[in-house]
Design a protein around this ligand. Structure first.
Ligand SMILES: C[S@@+](CC[C@H](N)C(=O)[O-])C[C@H]1O[C@@H](n2cnc3c(N)ncnc32)[C@H](O)[C@@H]1O
Length: 211
């Protein structure tokens, strides 16, 4: 599998220097650097924004800002990514890289609980990337509809929906992260309001569009 990913990374656009440096800094500074989206998934997110022509984007889970940069770069001139993270330790690192990528005017960072901050928005988004607390995925998804943060054709993307393959292992009732992912996967698959697909890209990525 590693070889396949190496091959893929050698056959997509070259890794951007700012994102390469951000990856390096994330490995030096963050406790769980593997949370970062990375080259392949980053390009995938950018392409989704381009295809969708999404200008108003919501991201739950900034971390060091890798996916935020990929989302923001692909937006139009007036595009804006609103990105939320509860951890303020990495706030200045991501902020520094947003400036390096010349994206300060396209990114608005929020510090706090995703579910709390989501209540502040008054208009729906064209694209939403769910990548914060796995235990809360079902609540994030429901909040998008309850708070009218989606419109017809909004694209919803959720990361880690195969959760390292644990979705097919026997369930440990104490594993609330796995429970969050399993509940979310069931909820979205059975929801008549969306068309969706779950792809085995990296750790599993679900893409849905609101009908
Ligand atoms: C997997 S990382 C995000 C990775 C990032 N999207 C990327 O691709 O580089 C998950 C992030 O969600 C944040 N997070 C966890 N619980 C949260 C919550 N309740 N509200 C907001 N952010 C949260 C964590 O601090 C962490 O930085």
């Amino acid at each position: 599998m590693q070889d396949i990913y190496k091959y893929i990374e050698n056959h997509i656009k070259e890794h951007d220097p700012v994102l390469k440096e951000l990856t390096r800094q994330t490995h030096l500074r963050a406790v769980q650097p593997r949370m970062l989206s990375g080259h392949l998934q980053g390009d995938f997110l950018s392409l989704m924004v381009t295809i969708k022509k999404a200008d108003r984007i919501l991201e739950l889970g900034t971390f060091t800002g890798y996916s935020t940069i990929c989302l923001a770069r692909a937006t139009g001139e007036n595009g804006q990514v609103h990105t939320i993270d509860i951890n303020d330790e990495l706030f200045s690192l991501s902020q520094k890289f947003f400036a390096k990528a010349n994206l300060t005017n396209k990114i608005k960072q929020y510090h706090g609980e995703a579910l709390q901050i989501m209540t502040q928005f008054k208009e729906p988004f064209d694209l939403v990337f769910i990548d914060a607390d796995k235990r809360e995925y079902p609540q994030y998804y429901n909040a998008l509809f309850d708070l009218n943060l989606v419109h017809k054709d909004t694209v919803i993307i959720a990361d880690n929906t195969l959760w390292s393959g644990k979705v097919v292992e026997s369930i440990d009732p104490k594993d609330l992260y796995l429970k969050g992912i399993l509940d979310f996967n069931k909820l979205i698959a059975e929801d008549p309001r969306v068309e969706m697909v779950l792809l085995p890209l990296r750790d599993g990525i679900t893409i849905a569009t609101v009908k």
